[in-house]
Design a protein around this ligand. Structure first.
Ligand code: ZN
Length: 294
């Protein structure tokens, strides 16, 4: 196997680490005036630490890409929580009809169950990112060891499909202070989103297209889901909403770009096996040349 992975640059100190140092300095200076006053900067720092995990666009604990700064109407489509036997083919067909390329942030456990869907996603030119092993909603509360295992296990499964994801989207976009070093070690970048229609994992699909279009801005990364909506006929309605969204994007002159083009950073890299490589050895080329037609 050839593994040429570009190293991702992480800044040495996160916003949280810098703010912790500043808060501590202020607390020490306040301490000389009043012991109680010293608690004020520490309280605000802890308050920010409590809020930050639930702010998907705020790179408080680690660098996060949630959108692109652009004047043009370029946007990217992302579909989370698949693959799924029913919803993935629907999405792939609609994407093909519109000649759009999307990114699927897949769940490791589901990728194991659906190798053919994984292959089809890649064959049709879409990208795949890591979205954790089983989408545990309490993943960010787990120990560093368990969090690392979850992400690495998913990476290993996805690498069996011939790709090395370079992007990780945390479930629900939640982060924690431990994630930075884990992603750095795994050569992954944290990608969230800037346009969320609040479909609650396709449980709320009515007027989905309208909700996206009302919130959409140039450079946005749209969060949608590759999940079967619960309830009868809901899948048909969801399919119609996605088709409507795609046509609304065209009508409003939005240019759907592959995520890597929008953010200027690879979402994944292909892993080329030695057997797939062309044999460029001169003696082999000459021998093939002279053996032709003989
Ligand atoms: Zn998800």
């Amino acid at each position: 196997m050839i593994r040429k992975f570009r190293k991702i640059r992480f800044t040495s100190f996160s916003q949280a680490e810098k703010l912790a140092a500043v808060s501590l300095l202020i607390a020490i200076s306040f301490f000389t005036v009043s012991h109680w006053m010293a608690l004020i900067p520490l309280f605000f720092f802890l308050l920010l630490c409590t809020i930050a995990p639930f702010c998907p666009q705020w790179g408080f604990f680690l660098p996060i890409i949630s959108k692109s700064i652009t004047e043009s109407k370029a946007i990217a489509l992302t579909f989370d929580d698949g693959p799924s036997q029913i919803s993935t083919p629907i999405l792939l067909n609609l994407l093909k009809q519109n000649n759009y390329k999307a990114t699927f942030f897949v769940i490791g456990k589901k990728a194991v169950k659906h190798p053919k869907l994984m292959a089809r996603i890649l064959e049709e030119g879409h990208s795949i990112g890591n979205h954790s092993w089983q989408h545990d909603s309490l993943l960010m509360l787990k120990s560093k060891k368990n969090l690392r295992q979850d992400i690495r296990k998913t990476q290993e499964i996805l690498m069996k499909h011939g790709i090395h994801p370079m992007t990780f989207r945390p479930p629900a976009g939640a982060t924690n202070p431990r994630l930075k070093n884990i992603l750095k070690d795994e050569n992954l970048h944290c990608i969230t989103f800037s346009c969320r229609p609040l479909d609650y994992g396709n449980k709320k699909i009515m007027h989905l297209a309208d909700r996206v279009m009302k919130k959409l801005h140039p450079g946005d990364i749209i969060l949608l889901h590759d999940l079967v909506p619960p309830g009868t006929k809901q899948t048909d309605i969801w399919q119609q909403e996605i088709a409507l969204l795609f046509s609304d994007l065209q009508k409003n002159a939005y240019k759907v770009q592959p995520l890597e083009n929008l953010i200027g950073f690879p979402v994944m890299e292909s892993i080329q096996s030695e057997t797939d490589k062309p044999d460029l050895n001169l003696s082999t080329i000459l021998s093939n040349l002279f053996s032709d037609g003989s």
